[in-house]
Design a protein around this ligand. Structure first.
Ligand code: UTP
Length: 488
C-alpha cells in the first residue's frame, strides 16, 4: 500500500506493547495493530497514545448495547396528550404578556443561561468551518454566531429596561458553547477576532464534546489512517456528559443559574433566550420543554414528539421509525395529524434536570447508530457513527411541556449547501428577510424593491428588535429599499 509516512525514521522490529494488545484482544479490537510492522516509530507512538486515550471498556459496552438494541421492537407509541401542548391558536395576549414578564424577571435575576450546541461536523453543509461562522448572505453579512450573540445582547437590554427603567444593569446572560474537536479552535478564534460580537468575553464559556470511535458493521474500530482510529463527535446528546466532565453544571449553580435554554447553531431564526418561552416554562413548573412546529405534511422528514407506551414518557421518534399509516393518521377532534409536533432542537431545561440527566444518560449505553461513509485508511468505507441525541433526555424528565411556534417566525434551518433542494443558506436567508419585512410593514414602514418581494426583504438588526417589537420609532412612515439592513 502506498502511503505517506509521518516520519521516515526506521521502524524497529519491536512488537506492539503486550499489555495493550491483550486489552484490545479482550474487546476484539486487536486489528488496530494490523499494520504495526509498516509503521515508523513516530507513527507507532501516535497509535499507542491514541489507543491509550480510549476508555476501552466503556466504548465496548456502548458498541455492544447499541448493536444489541437494533431490531428490538420499541414500545408502542401514542400521541402526545393535548394537555401538555401550548398551541399558537389557544394562546391569549394575556398569556403571552404574562410569560414575557415572568421570563424577563428571571433573566434580570441572572437565572437563565444559554447553551449552544455547536459541535458535530456539519458534513452536509460541506464547509470545514463551524456552521456558526457561516454568512448566509444577509445584507449585513452577519454570521449565525453574530445573529445569536446580538439576540442575547437584545434580551439583556430589554431585561435591564424591564427593571427600574434600565437604571440598574442586569447580570449578563451566560452563554455556554459546546464545540467538537473539529470546530473548537476555529470557533474560539472566530469569537476572539470578532470581539465576542459585543458580549463580555467572560460571559462566554466554550467546552468540547467527546468523540467515540467509528465502527464497522461487525463493531470493529475503523482506522482513519494506519496509526489513528477514526472518531466522530458523540452526537449533540454528548452535551450532557460534556457538561458534567467540564464541571460546568457546578459552574452554572455557582452563578445562580436555574434554567437553561438549549438550541442548535444551524437555525437563522432562533430566538435565543426567548423570555416568552422561559416564562411559559416557569409557569408550567416542568423540568424539560421543547418548542415544536406543526408537521407540514404526513411524509415530512422530521422527528416528532410521541409518548412511548401507554401513558409513557415523552420521547422523539425519527420519521423513519414512524409507520406510514401512523404518520398520516388524523386526530378527529383537533383535525391535526395525530403525530404532528415536530422537534426543531429548541429546548428549555432546569439545572436540576440537567444534573439528573448527566448522571442517568451517561450510564445509558445505547447510542444511535448512524450509517455513514467513514474516511479510512482504505478510502471511504461503510460504517457507523455512534451518537446520542439531545432529545434522548426527555424520557428522564419528571414533567414536560411543548410550546408550539410558527416555522416562519422561528425556524430557518441551515443544513445543506446552496444548490440543494431545502434547508440551505439561501432558503434560511429568505425566511429571515421575509419575516423582518413583515415586521417593518406592521410597524408602519414601506418597502420598495427592484427584485420580486418574494425573493428579497429587509433585515432588522437584532440590536434594534428581538421579535418585531419597538420598531415603530424607526420604521413608521419611512421607505426602505430591499434588500437592506435596518439598524439604529
Ligand atoms: P446535525 O444533526 O445537523 O449534525 O446537528 P451536524 O454535525 O451539524 O451536521 P451533519 O449531520 O454532519 O450534516 C444539529 C445540531 O446539533 C449540533 C450541531 O452543531 C447542530 O447545532 N451537533 C451535532 C453537535 O453539537 N454535536 C454533534 O455531535 C452533532
Amino acid at each position: 500500500m502506498m502511503r505517506e509516512a509521518v516520519s521516515d525514521s526506521n521502524p524497529t522490529s519491536s512488537p506492539p506493547p503486550q499489555a495493550l494488545l491483550e486489552r484490545l484482544k479482550d474487546y476484539g479490537q486487536e486489528d488496530v495493530f494490523a499494520l504495526w510492522d509498516e509503521l515508523s516509530s513516530e507513527e507507532r507512538d501516535i497509535l499507542v497514545k491514541d489507543i491509550e486515550s480510549l476508555d476501552l471498556s466503556r466504548i465496548d459496552r456502548i458498541i455492544r448495547c447499541s448493536f444489541n438494541s437494533q431490531g428490538v421492537p420499541a414500545a408502542a407509541i401514542e400521541p402526545v396528550p393535548e394537555s401538555i401542548v401550548s398551541t399558537v391558536e389557544e394562546r391569549t395576549m394575556e398569556d403571552r404578556e404574562r410569560w414575557w414578564k415572568m421570563g424577563m424577571k428571571a433573566v434580570s435575576e441572572g437565572k437563565l443561561a444559554v447553551l449552544l450546541l455547536s459541535g458535530g461536523q456539519g458534513t452536509r453543509l460541506g464547509s470545514s468551518d463551524p456552521k456558526g461562522c457561516l454568512n448566509i448572505g444577509l445584507p449585513s453579512g452577519k454570521s449565525l454566531f453574530q445573529l445569536q450573540a446580538e439576540r442575547i445582547l437584545c434580551v439583556q437590554r430589554l431585561a435591564s429596561q424591564s427593571i427600574n427603567e434600565g437604571s440598574k444593569t442586569v447580570l449578563p446572560i451566560h452563554w455556554y458553547i459546546m464545540t467538537s474537536p473539529f470546530t473548537d479552535e476555529v470557533t474560539r478564534k472566530y469569537f476572539e477576532s470578532h470581539k465576542y460580537f459585543g458580549l463580555e468575553a467572560d460571559q462566554v464559556t466554550f467546552f468540547q464534546q467527546g468523540t467515540i470511535p467509528c465502527v464497522s458493521r461487525e463493531g470493529r474500530f475503523i482506522m482513519e489512517t494506519p496509526y489513528r482510529v477514526a472518531k466522530s463527535p458523540d452526537g449533540n446528546g454528548g452535551v450532557y456528559s460534556a457538561l458534567k466532565f467540564s464541571r460546568l453544571l457546578e459552574d452554572m449553580a455557582t452563578r445562580g443559574i436555574k434554567y437553561i435554554d438549549c438550541y442548535g447553531v444551524d437555525n437563522a431564526l432562533v430566538r435565543v433566550a426567548d423570555p416568552t418561552f422561559l416564562g411559559y416554562f416557569i409557569d408550567k413548573g416542568v423540568s424539560a420543554a421543547a418548542k415544536v412546529v406543526r408537521k407540514a405534511y404526513p411524509q415530512e422528514k422530521v422527528g416528532v414528539f410521541v409518548r412511548r407506551g401507554k401513558g409513557g414518557p415523552l420521547s422523539v421518534v425519527e420519521y423513519s421509525e414512524l409507520d406510514p399509516s401512523l404518520s398520516s393518521a388524523i386526530n378527529q377532534q383537533t383535525g391535526r395529524l395525530r403525530f404532528c409536533w415536530s422537534n426543531v432542537c429548541l429546548h428549555m431545561f432546569t439545572l436540576d434536570f440537567l444534573n439528573q440527566v448527566a448522571n442517568g444518560l451517561e450510564k445509558d449505553s445505547i447510542y444511535h447508530l448512524a450509517e455513514k461513509k467513514i474516511p479510512s485508511a482504505h478510502g471511504h468505507t461503510s460504517g457507523y457513527k455512534l451518537e446520542q441525541f439531545i432529545f434522548d433526555a426527555f424520557p428522564y424528565a419528571p414533567s414536560t411541556a411543548l410550546f408550539e411556534v410558527l416555522r416562519e417566525e422561528e425556524f430557518a434551518p441551515v443544513k445543506n449547501a446552496n444548490g440543494s433542494n431545502f434547508d440551505t443558506p439561501d432558503s434560511a436567508r429568505l425566511l429571515l428577510l421575509r419575516l423582518h419585512a413583515r415586521w417593518v410593514v406592521a410597524a408602519g414602514g414601506f418597502l420598495t424593491h427592484s427584485v420580486p418581494l418574494y425573493a428579497t426583504g429587509v433585515e432588522v438588526s437584532p440590536l434594534c428588535s428581538y421579535a418585531g417589537e419597538n420598531l415603530e420609532s424607526i420604521c413608521r412612515g419611512r421607505t426602505f429599499h430591499a434588500p437592506c439592513e435596518i439598524s439604529f
